[in-house]
Design a protein around this ligand. Sequence first.
Ligand code: ZN
Length: 295
Amino acid sequence: MNRMDRSDMHLTFTRSPLDHAGLARSNPEFIDSALRDPAAGCVLFSGGDVVMSAEGDPLVLHPSQAQAMGLRPPGLIFLGVEGHRPWFAGAAETAQAGPPLDFRRATMMAEPDMAAILGRARAILAWHGRRTYCSNCGTPNAPRDGGTKLVCPSCGTEHFPRTDPSVIMLPYSGDRCVMGRQPAWPPGVFATLAGFMEPGETIEEACAREVMEETGLKVISARYIASQPWPFPSTLMIGLLAEIEPGDPVAADDIEEARWFTRDEVRELYEGPLMRWGPPHYSISRRLIETWLQG
Ligand SMILES: [Zn+2]
């Protein structure tokens, strides 16, 4: 069955097959042995996009082959172990790699396990791209634990790949929900609301603040549904259904229009041609809408 047709699948980037080997990876001998493992695989990126094989799949090389192609600092990153197979990732020097495929398209087409591996790889590589220098003293950082952390050789500060939590929610009251649209979206497209959490907030408070900021409507309670790593570049989407007080939404912030939808209107929109751009399991926004539609 074509996976594009399967709406019952788990969300893309979730249920990764990787054991991150959090204890073992601090031992350089473990990483060396994983690098020499004949079964080891390495995925390659170019500017955040996925280097593909001639067959049109994400290119998987042995780490030694990837190294020989020329990788941007800090070189090979250890991602984890799938069964007994170690996985690595690297950012190819652009001149050496074939034309990459847009990350979103590549992961929409990839098998779920590969999409999860690529998602973890992209988030860590993007972090390396922004953490070349110690944010405490400015000295170039040195990779440790297979590149899953950085240590400043001057002041000793440890730097870890960051994950930025974001709340994403479908506000509803009774038999209707509120969706918003951003100016960059194609005309007619409406979806859930979302925003980054701020320091000092609980998940529920972030949800209430974002709904208030973007629509002026008051959240009564919020219920957790699911979460999804979103490697654009390093967000964790925390998905909620938010019961709100009825009222007229007033769009603000990054929302240009927000309005109430009946269940039939939502079904019409989400089963229509406007929303057929991607597989349903790719976005938690769609998963939240389907959860609400199912009652
Ligand atoms: Zn430092």
